[in-house]
Design a protein around this ligand. Sequence first.
Ligand SMILES: Nc1ncnc2c1ncn2[C@@H]1O[C@H](COP(=O)(O)OP(=O)(O)OP(=O)(O)O)[C@@H](O)[C@H]1O
Ligand SMILES: [Mg+2]
Length: 253
Amino acid sequence: MRDAVILEARNLTKRYRLGTRDVDALRGVSLQVRRGEFVALMGPSGSGKSTLLQLLGGLDRPTSGEVVLDGEVVSHLSDAEATRLRREKTGFVFQFFNLIPLLDVYENVALPYTIAGVDPRHGDAADRIREVLELVDLQGRERNRPDQLSAGEQQRVALARALVAKPAILLADEPTGNLDYATGGEILDELWHSCDALGQTIVLVTHDARAAAHADRVLVVGDGKIRDEIELGRRSTNRDAGPLIARLAQLGL
Ligand SMILES: Nc1ncnc2c1ncn2[C@@H]1O[C@H](COP(=O)(O)OP(=O)(O)OP(=O)(O)O)[C@@H](O)[C@H]1O
Ligand SMILES: [Mg+2]
């Protein structure tokens, strides 16, 4: 069911208290993401992209409005239930890879299983870990620690960890922001492959038009709202980012 809505935001607002000042990071955001879709969020620094991604993934709660993730209204859940939903349904990748330095590659990727109390060395868990390590091309590196890997390899570990539990939705916040052009390209290829070949639903926050050009649809965030929507359609192989760059320039981005 490719067209089923898997993630929905209904009129989300988020107000942060900063000392004596209120910051309205989101001012009423509504959006829908369909199963298997690749959506990019772009917009200026401070426009609310990371805040939105955190609310979509249940890492934080909105001030008002609702997030519906795979049929469950996140705001109706207790903290414990929201944590369970987040663990079962979402995978996160961030700009800084957030790996645990003392754990090796295998143990880092296995973390979602370990947290859930499942032995990651045997059975289906071990099969799945092998599968995602292959997906990100890191087989043979299982015993390396993060400091023995390049930045791109570390991000591939983070991606494997985010995908290992087959999340309904993968949320990525500037996953190429700390990588050089070529290495960033590899991560984008992995993301694209997981979407196109494996049907992974993805929401990607990025400043990079080349990254956004992988998406089916680009949502432009400005001052806490969705300001524009650019429908790109399914990317075939190497989409030329030129038209998207031109369009973003028209929007002043
Ligand atoms: N924990 C917080 N406490 C107070 N204000 C915050 C907090 N997190 C974000 N903000 C504010 O909310 C607004 C939106 O921030 P957000 O991090 O969502 O922007 P962004 O679009 O991700 O920016 P960037 O592209 O720089 O990552 C900004 O004004 C920011 O200063
Ligand atoms: Mg951000």
